[in-house]
Design a protein around this ligand. Sequence first.
Ligand SMILES: Cc1ncc(COP(=O)(O)O)c(C=O)c1O
Length: 308
Amino acid sequence: MTLPTPPAASSLDGGCAFADGAYVPLSEAKVSLFDWGFTRSDVTYDVVGVWQGAFFRLDAHIERFFASMQALRMQITYDKAQVRAILHGCVRAAGLQSAYVGMVCTRGVAPKGVRDPRLAENRFYAYALPYVWIASPEKQKQGLDLHISQRVRIAPESVDPTVKNYHWLDLVQSLFDAYDGGHDTSCVVDGAGHIAEGPGFNLFMVKDGVVSTPARGVLMGISRQTALELCQRLGITAHAQPVTQQALRTADEVFITSTAGGVMPISKIDGVALTGLPGPGPVTQRLQEAYWAMHDEAAYRDPVDYSH
Ligand SMILES: Cc1ncc(COP(=O)(O)O)c(C=O)c1O
Protein backbone atom coordinates (compact mmCIF):
# COMPACT_ATOMS: atom_id res chain seq x y z
CA MET A 1 0.00 0.00 0.00
CA THR A 2 1.51 3.39 -0.92
CA LEU A 3 1.18 6.10 1.68
CA PRO A 4 -0.24 9.57 1.06
CA THR A 5 2.21 12.47 1.37
CA PRO A 6 1.98 13.73 4.95
CA PRO A 7 0.67 17.28 5.50
CA ALA A 8 3.23 20.06 5.95
CA ALA A 9 4.81 20.38 9.37
CA SER A 10 2.49 22.08 11.89
CA SER A 11 -0.25 22.52 9.26
CA LEU A 12 -2.81 20.73 11.51
CA ASP A 13 -1.96 22.67 14.61
CA GLY A 14 -2.53 20.82 17.86
CA GLY A 15 -3.62 17.43 16.56
CA CYS A 16 -3.72 15.19 13.52
CA ALA A 17 -5.40 11.88 12.71
CA PHE A 18 -4.97 9.30 9.99
CA ALA A 19 -8.27 7.67 9.03
CA ASP A 20 -9.36 5.71 5.97
CA GLY A 21 -5.98 6.24 4.34
CA ALA A 22 -5.78 10.03 4.71
CA TYR A 23 -4.37 12.56 7.16
CA VAL A 24 -7.18 14.73 8.58
CA PRO A 25 -7.75 17.26 11.38
CA LEU A 26 -8.93 15.56 14.59
CA SER A 27 -12.46 16.89 14.15
CA GLU A 28 -12.78 15.03 10.84
CA ALA A 29 -11.56 11.64 12.10
CA LYS A 30 -14.64 9.38 12.21
CA VAL A 31 -15.45 5.69 12.70
CA SER A 32 -18.56 4.04 11.23
CA LEU A 33 -21.43 3.39 13.63
CA PHE A 34 -21.37 -0.18 12.29
CA ASP A 35 -17.66 -0.85 12.81
CA TRP A 36 -17.31 -3.86 15.14
CA GLY A 37 -14.64 -1.89 16.94
CA PHE A 38 -17.48 0.31 18.17
CA THR A 39 -20.35 -2.18 18.48
CA ARG A 40 -18.36 -5.11 19.97
CA SER A 41 -15.10 -3.66 21.34
CA ASP A 42 -13.52 -5.76 18.59
CA VAL A 43 -10.44 -3.63 18.43
CA THR A 44 -6.85 -3.40 19.52
CA TYR A 45 -4.70 -0.33 19.94
CA ASP A 46 -1.45 1.04 21.24
CA VAL A 47 -0.28 4.38 22.56
CA VAL A 48 3.27 5.71 22.39
CA GLY A 49 4.65 8.93 23.82
CA VAL A 50 6.60 11.70 22.11
CA TRP A 51 8.74 13.67 24.50
CA GLN A 52 10.74 16.79 23.58
CA GLY A 53 10.69 16.05 19.89
CA ALA A 54 11.27 12.29 19.87
CA PHE A 55 9.21 9.10 20.19
CA PHE A 56 10.15 6.97 23.21
CA ARG A 57 10.50 3.21 22.54
CA LEU A 58 8.49 3.41 19.34
CA ASP A 59 9.74 0.03 18.09
CA ALA A 60 8.46 -1.71 21.24
CA HIS A 61 5.00 -0.15 20.82
CA ILE A 62 4.78 -1.07 17.13
CA GLU A 63 5.90 -4.63 17.91
CA ARG A 64 3.21 -4.96 20.60
CA PHE A 65 0.58 -3.50 18.27
CA PHE A 66 1.36 -6.00 15.51
CA ALA A 67 1.44 -8.88 18.02
CA SER A 68 -1.99 -7.76 19.32
CA MET A 69 -3.42 -7.65 15.78
CA GLN A 70 -2.07 -11.11 15.09
CA ALA A 71 -3.62 -12.47 18.30
CA LEU A 72 -7.02 -11.09 17.24
CA ARG A 73 -6.59 -12.31 13.65
CA MET A 74 -6.58 -8.80 12.25
CA GLN A 75 -4.60 -7.59 9.28
CA ILE A 76 -3.88 -4.14 7.94
CA THR A 77 -2.42 -3.14 4.59
CA TYR A 78 0.49 -1.27 6.18
CA ASP A 79 3.69 -2.89 7.40
CA LYS A 80 5.61 -1.80 10.51
CA ALA A 81 7.76 0.73 8.64
CA GLN A 82 4.64 2.31 7.13
CA VAL A 83 2.88 2.51 10.50
CA ARG A 84 5.99 4.22 11.86
CA ALA A 85 5.91 6.68 8.94
CA ILE A 86 2.20 7.42 9.51
CA LEU A 87 2.78 8.11 13.21
CA HIS A 88 5.68 10.42 12.39
CA GLY A 89 3.45 12.12 9.80
CA CYS A 90 0.72 12.74 12.40
CA VAL A 91 3.11 14.24 14.98
CA ARG A 92 4.88 16.37 12.37
CA ALA A 93 1.57 17.68 10.99
CA ALA A 94 0.34 18.42 14.52
CA GLY A 95 3.58 20.23 15.29
CA LEU A 96 3.68 18.70 18.78
CA GLN A 97 6.99 18.42 20.66
CA SER A 98 5.35 16.26 23.32
CA ALA A 99 2.47 14.07 22.22
CA TYR A 100 0.22 11.12 22.97
CA VAL A 101 0.15 9.06 19.82
CA GLY A 102 -2.38 6.32 19.20
CA MET A 103 -2.62 3.53 16.62
CA VAL A 104 -5.86 1.57 16.38
CA CYS A 105 -7.04 -1.43 14.40
CA THR A 106 -10.76 -2.24 14.35
CA ARG A 107 -12.46 -5.33 12.97
CA GLY A 108 -14.24 -2.99 10.56
CA VAL A 109 -17.67 -3.26 8.96
CA ALA A 110 -18.92 -6.68 7.87
CA PRO A 111 -21.04 -6.86 4.70
CA LYS A 112 -24.77 -6.21 5.33
CA GLY A 113 -26.47 -8.99 7.34
CA VAL A 114 -23.19 -10.90 7.77
CA ARG A 115 -22.06 -12.00 11.24
CA ASP A 116 -18.81 -13.68 10.19
CA PRO A 117 -15.82 -11.68 11.50
CA ARG A 118 -13.62 -13.16 8.78
CA LEU A 119 -15.55 -11.13 6.21
CA ALA A 120 -15.00 -7.73 7.79
CA GLU A 121 -12.30 -5.51 6.37
CA ASN A 122 -10.04 -4.41 9.21
CA ARG A 123 -9.44 -0.68 9.55
CA PHE A 124 -6.38 1.23 10.69
CA TYR A 125 -6.48 4.61 12.43
CA ALA A 126 -3.82 6.75 14.05
CA TYR A 127 -3.69 10.10 15.81
CA ALA A 128 -1.41 12.53 17.63
CA LEU A 129 -2.73 14.68 20.51
CA PRO A 130 -0.96 16.86 23.07
CA TYR A 131 0.76 14.69 25.74
CA VAL A 132 -1.70 13.22 28.28
CA TRP A 133 -0.87 12.79 32.00
CA ILE A 134 -2.67 10.37 34.34
CA ALA A 135 -1.31 12.64 37.07
CA SER A 136 0.06 16.09 36.27
CA PRO A 137 3.66 16.85 37.33
CA GLU A 138 2.16 19.08 40.08
CA LYS A 139 -0.05 16.26 41.36
CA GLN A 140 2.88 13.86 41.24
CA LYS A 141 4.75 15.95 43.83
CA GLN A 142 2.18 15.02 46.46
CA GLY A 143 1.29 11.60 45.02
CA LEU A 144 -2.09 10.10 44.21
CA ASP A 145 -4.73 8.62 46.47
CA LEU A 146 -5.53 5.17 45.02
CA HIS A 147 -8.82 3.36 45.62
CA ILE A 148 -8.66 -0.45 45.54
CA SER A 149 -11.95 -1.38 43.91
CA GLN A 150 -13.39 -4.83 44.52
CA ARG A 151 -14.43 -5.05 40.87
CA VAL A 152 -12.78 -8.01 39.19
CA ARG A 153 -10.87 -7.37 35.96
CA ILE A 154 -12.38 -9.26 33.04
CA ALA A 155 -10.87 -12.76 33.22
CA PRO A 156 -7.63 -13.26 31.26
CA GLU A 157 -9.16 -16.50 29.99
CA SER A 158 -11.95 -14.40 28.38
CA VAL A 159 -10.01 -11.44 27.07
CA ASP A 160 -6.23 -11.71 26.88
CA PRO A 161 -5.02 -8.63 28.81
CA THR A 162 -1.66 -8.73 27.01
CA VAL A 163 -3.58 -7.72 23.88
CA LYS A 164 -4.20 -4.02 24.48
CA ASN A 165 -7.98 -3.67 24.33
CA TYR A 166 -11.04 -1.50 24.91
CA HIS A 167 -12.66 -3.80 27.52
CA TRP A 168 -12.71 -0.97 30.00
CA LEU A 169 -16.16 -1.17 31.66
CA ASP A 170 -14.64 -2.67 34.82
CA LEU A 171 -11.90 -0.04 34.90
CA VAL A 172 -14.26 2.87 34.23
CA GLN A 173 -16.72 1.69 36.90
CA SER A 174 -13.82 1.46 39.35
CA LEU A 175 -13.02 5.09 38.60
CA PHE A 176 -16.59 6.07 39.52
CA ASP A 177 -16.06 4.13 42.79
CA ALA A 178 -12.88 6.11 43.40
CA TYR A 179 -14.37 9.51 42.64
CA ASP A 180 -17.47 8.76 44.76
CA GLY A 181 -15.11 8.17 47.69
CA GLY A 182 -13.05 11.31 47.01
CA HIS A 183 -9.96 9.42 45.74
CA ASP A 184 -7.81 10.27 42.70
CA THR A 185 -7.76 6.98 40.83
CA SER A 186 -8.47 3.28 41.14
CA CYS A 187 -7.31 -0.21 40.46
CA VAL A 188 -9.20 -3.48 40.10
CA VAL A 189 -8.45 -6.98 41.36
CA ASP A 190 -8.15 -10.36 39.67
CA GLY A 191 -10.24 -13.50 40.24
CA ALA A 192 -8.14 -14.39 43.32
CA GLY A 193 -8.68 -10.92 44.81
CA HIS A 194 -5.09 -9.88 44.13
CA ILE A 195 -4.14 -6.50 42.66
CA ALA A 196 -4.49 -6.39 38.86
CA GLU A 197 -4.16 -3.02 37.09
CA GLY A 198 -5.76 0.39 36.80
CA PRO A 199 -7.39 2.49 34.07
CA GLY A 200 -4.35 2.92 31.83
CA PHE A 201 -1.58 1.84 34.18
CA ASN A 202 0.31 -1.00 35.86
CA LEU A 203 0.96 -1.08 39.59
CA PHE A 204 4.14 -1.58 41.59
CA MET A 205 4.89 -1.80 45.33
CA VAL A 206 8.13 -1.53 47.28
CA LYS A 207 8.70 -3.35 50.57
CA ASP A 208 12.06 -3.45 52.36
CA GLY A 209 13.74 -2.27 49.16
CA VAL A 210 12.24 -5.01 46.98
CA VAL A 211 9.97 -4.03 44.07
CA SER A 212 6.99 -6.22 43.07
CA THR A 213 4.43 -5.98 40.28
CA PRO A 214 1.66 -8.40 39.29
CA ALA A 215 3.00 -11.10 36.97
CA ARG A 216 -0.12 -12.02 35.05
CA GLY A 217 -3.66 -10.95 34.25
CA VAL A 218 -2.45 -7.49 33.20
CA LEU A 219 -1.17 -5.65 30.14
CA MET A 220 2.57 -6.07 29.76
CA GLY A 221 2.98 -2.29 29.78
CA ILE A 222 6.00 -0.87 27.98
CA SER A 223 6.45 1.51 30.94
CA ARG A 224 6.19 -1.50 33.28
CA GLN A 225 8.96 -3.15 31.25
CA THR A 226 10.99 0.08 31.39
CA ALA A 227 10.61 0.24 35.19
CA LEU A 228 11.73 -3.39 35.53
CA GLU A 229 14.75 -2.75 33.28
CA LEU A 230 15.63 0.35 35.30
CA CYS A 231 15.43 -1.67 38.55
CA GLN A 232 17.99 -4.03 37.06
CA ARG A 233 20.26 -1.16 35.99
CA LEU A 234 20.03 0.48 39.41
CA GLY A 235 20.60 -2.75 41.33
CA ILE A 236 17.09 -2.78 42.82
CA THR A 237 15.65 -6.27 43.30
CA ALA A 238 12.37 -6.62 41.40
CA HIS A 239 9.95 -9.50 41.02
CA ALA A 240 6.86 -10.06 38.90
CA GLN A 241 4.66 -11.94 41.35
CA PRO A 242 1.15 -11.83 42.86
CA VAL A 243 0.52 -8.67 44.90
CA THR A 244 -2.13 -8.98 47.60
CA GLN A 245 -4.36 -6.09 48.65
CA GLN A 246 -2.91 -6.28 52.15
CA ALA A 247 0.65 -6.15 50.80
CA LEU A 248 -0.21 -3.04 48.78
CA ARG A 249 -1.85 -1.33 51.75
CA THR A 250 1.19 -2.00 53.95
CA ALA A 251 3.86 -1.29 51.33
CA ASP A 252 6.65 1.23 51.95
CA GLU A 253 5.99 2.78 48.52
CA VAL A 254 3.51 2.28 45.70
CA PHE A 255 3.77 3.67 42.19
CA ILE A 256 2.06 3.28 38.85
CA THR A 257 3.50 3.18 35.34
CA SER A 258 1.99 4.32 32.06
CA THR A 259 2.88 5.89 28.74
CA ALA A 260 0.59 8.69 29.98
CA GLY A 261 2.99 10.02 32.61
CA GLY A 262 5.74 7.45 33.21
CA VAL A 263 6.45 6.48 36.82
CA MET A 264 3.92 8.18 39.13
CA PRO A 265 3.78 7.94 42.95
CA ILE A 266 0.82 6.79 45.01
CA SER A 267 0.94 8.39 48.46
CA LYS A 268 -2.38 7.16 49.90
CA ILE A 269 -4.51 4.05 49.53
CA ASP A 270 -8.21 4.62 50.20
CA GLY A 271 -7.30 7.84 51.96
CA VAL A 272 -4.73 6.25 54.29
CA ALA A 273 -1.17 7.57 53.94
CA LEU A 274 1.47 4.96 53.20
CA THR A 275 3.89 4.69 56.12
CA GLY A 276 5.40 8.10 56.78
CA LEU A 277 5.39 9.35 53.20
CA PRO A 278 4.38 12.90 52.37
CA GLY A 279 5.42 12.52 48.69
CA PRO A 280 7.25 10.03 46.48
CA GLY A 281 9.43 7.51 48.34
CA PRO A 282 13.14 7.10 47.55
CA VAL A 283 12.82 4.08 45.22
CA THR A 284 9.94 5.69 43.30
CA GLN A 285 11.95 8.89 42.99
CA ARG A 286 15.04 7.10 41.65
CA LEU A 287 12.96 5.22 39.10
CA GLN A 288 11.07 8.36 38.11
CA GLU A 289 14.32 10.26 37.47
CA ALA A 290 15.82 7.31 35.59
CA TYR A 291 12.64 6.96 33.50
CA TRP A 292 12.85 10.52 32.20
CA ALA A 293 16.65 10.40 31.82
CA MET A 294 16.22 7.33 29.59
CA HIS A 295 14.30 9.52 27.13
CA ASP A 296 17.67 11.12 26.21
CA GLU A 297 19.31 7.80 25.31
CA ALA A 298 19.74 7.40 21.56
CA ALA A 299 18.72 3.72 21.66
CA TYR A 300 15.19 4.62 22.76
CA ARG A 301 14.69 7.89 20.85
CA ASP A 302 13.16 8.21 17.43
CA PRO A 303 13.33 11.95 16.61
CA VAL A 304 10.53 13.61 14.64
CA ASP A 305 11.51 15.75 11.63
CA TYR A 306 9.58 19.01 12.06
CA SER A 307 11.41 20.87 9.26
CA HIS A 308 9.34 22.44 6.48
C1 LIG B 1 -5.13 -1.59 31.13
C2 LIG B 1 -3.77 -0.98 30.98
N1 LIG B 1 -2.76 -1.42 31.75
C3 LIG B 1 -1.53 -0.90 31.67
C4 LIG B 1 -1.25 0.15 30.80
C5 LIG B 1 0.14 0.74 30.72
O1 LIG B 1 0.78 0.37 29.52
P1 LIG B 1 1.96 1.22 28.89
O2 LIG B 1 3.01 1.31 29.91
O3 LIG B 1 2.40 0.42 27.70
O4 LIG B 1 1.40 2.55 28.53
C6 LIG B 1 -2.27 0.62 29.96
C7 LIG B 1 -2.00 1.70 29.01
O5 LIG B 1 -2.91 2.27 28.42
C8 LIG B 1 -3.55 0.04 30.05
O6 LIG B 1 -4.55 0.46 29.27
